[in-house]
Ligand binder design. Structure first.
Ligand code: SF4
Ligand code: ZN
Ligand code: ZN
Length: 319
């Protein structure tokens, strides 16, 4: 199979675009595609200092390299962020992830920040899994959200970019329909304005890029990344989530571009009316412990409440 743009051997076939590309033309194609997506959804309007949340996996490390290229074109500052969540499960997952993230930050020579949740907040996600009754991913999501907002404030970031890819988005949308989770669906956007009480917007620049394309880009550009998945992944979503993802991939094989149409049409045509109907402006109060925003009527935020349940923070001391 030959590249459609030169005489080199093609390394990837992109059926929905009806092209096959060599290593160099594929990288160029993906970089342009990302830039077009960023422009169409106004992701980079007015940005000065962007934090990229890097777990060390293929999506976030690739995002970091792509954002690095964009930072040179658009002139914004890039800050690498890694959160060491303390997920070990006998496999040292978090420490390996941090190693890969740091390797990429240093390769690019950018400023970075590693937050070790155990040192900073007194508990790990593995410990929370045993002690807190809610699903581990929900605690983990809360910790990541809180930590990212906190870093953004301290580092003066106006934007945080995360590595959600097209397959993640398609899975989220289909699962949302399946479970009828209309509020979650109505909040799903590639660009989220700052949460109430914060100043940082969140962007998902890879949301229209297939997982396979990201993996190919990482491999051909020799981006170092951790292959292991979080050991909690398979225990949490369970068989249903797994099957939804596999079925979407089968549909993609039969109807090239299926996931792309599903996500793009959802975002361009369905999300806004849903948001108008279901998302109400939340009023916020101030957490009496950490001073961060909390839901109206609650004097302690969910994050501090979690720390109290973990026994690492006393409500009276606030420390
Ligand atoms: Fe956290 Fe769950 Fe993702 Fe693991 S799979 S990193 S526990 S959200
Ligand atoms: Zn070529
Ligand atoms: Zn708090």
């Amino acid at each position: 199979m030959k590249c459609n743009k030169c005489d080199e051997k093609a390394i990837i076939k992109i059926p929905y675009a009806n092209i096959a590309l060599c290593k160099n033309h594929f990288s160029e194609w993906l970089e342009h595609r990302l830039e077009r997506v960023a422009k169409k959804y106004n992701m980079l309007d007015g940005v000065n200092r962007v934090g990229v949340a890097v777990s060390g996996g293929k999506d976030s490390t690739t995002l970091l390299h792509l954002m690095y290229n964009l930072s040179k074109i658009y002139g914004f500052e890039l800050v690498g962020i890694n959160i060491d969540l303390g997920i070990d499960m006998g496999k040292g997952y978090s420490s390996k992830s941090t190693e890969f993230a740091v390797k990429n930050f240093e390769m690019l020579g950018i400023r970075y920040k590693v937050v070790r949740v155990k040192e900073q907040y007194g508990f790990t996600i593995d410990e929370a899994k045993h002690k807190i009754r809610r699903p581990v991913c929900s605690t983990c999501g809360l910790v990541k959200r809180y930590t990212l907002n906190d870093i953004a404030e301290k580092e003066g970031l106006d934007t945080i970019a995360t590595g959600h890819n097209l397959n993640d988005m398609a899975q989220f949308i289909l699962s949302g329909y399946f479970s009828g989770d209309v509020l979650d669906l109505s909040r799903l956007k590639p660009v989220s304005p700052p949460e109430k009480g914060y100043k940082v917007k969140k962007i998902k620049p890879l949301f229209l890029i297939y997982e396979k394309e990201i993996l190919t880009y990482a491999l051909v550009n020799k981006i170092p990344f951790i292959y292991d998945s979080c050991p909690h992944t398979f225990r949490v979503g369970g068989a249903t989530q797994d099957k939804i993802r596999r079925k979407l991939e089968e549909m993609e094989d039969e109807i090239p571009g299926f996931m792309l149409m599903l996500v793009q049409n959802f975002i361009d045509k369905i999300q806004k009316p849903l948001e108008k109907e279901y998302v109400k402006e939340d009023e916020v109060s101030k957490c009496k412990i950490c001073g961060r925003p909390t839901s109206k009527g609650r004097d302690i935020c969910s994050f501090c409440a979690t720390r109290i349940s973990m026994g690492v923070l006393s409500e009276a001391r606030g420390k």
